[in-house]
Design a protein around this ligand. Structure first.
Ligand SMILES: [Zn+2]
Length: 122
């Protein structure tokens, strides 16, 4: 892989990282005990009584349940992105973690955070 291509993919990854962190911050908070881990904010109930308060609480719980898998996906993607940036720093980027062969540029262009080559992924 030439330097220009690597620089290009690095920029892509850094942008990706920023976007993912912003998305996660919009509905989750960082886990202080586990760096790189995020928790979806659980809705707060303010102790209001009556039907409308209950209805609102139900809506918020529903939203929470919908967000959990999204948070999980974003978190994994963010972890892979950070890992890829780390590999660039160490000069080990673009190598399949399983078979140790080079991952194709074509694949990295589409998925710069890829950890496995297409063969191993399948
Ligand atoms: Zn492989």
């Amino acid at each position: 892989m030439n330097k220009k291509m690597l620089q290009n993919l690095k920029q892509k990854l850094e942008k990706e990282k920023e976007t993912l962190e912003k998305e996660l911050e919009s509905f989750a908070k960082r886990d202080k005990k586990l760096p790189g881990d995020w928790d979806t904010k659980y809705p707060k109930f303010n102790g209001e009584a009556g039907g409308s308060a209950l209805e609102r609480a139900a809506d918020e719980v529903e939203e929470y349940v919908t967000r959990l898998p999204i948070e999980y996906t974003l978190e994994i993607k963010l972890k892979d992105t950070n890992l890829a940036l780390e590999k660039i720093k160490k000069g080990k980027y673009g190598v399949c973690e399983k078979c140790k062969k080079a991952i194709s540029i074509k694949r990295l262009k589409i998925l710069p955070e890829a950890r496995l080559c297409r063969k191993c992924k399948e």
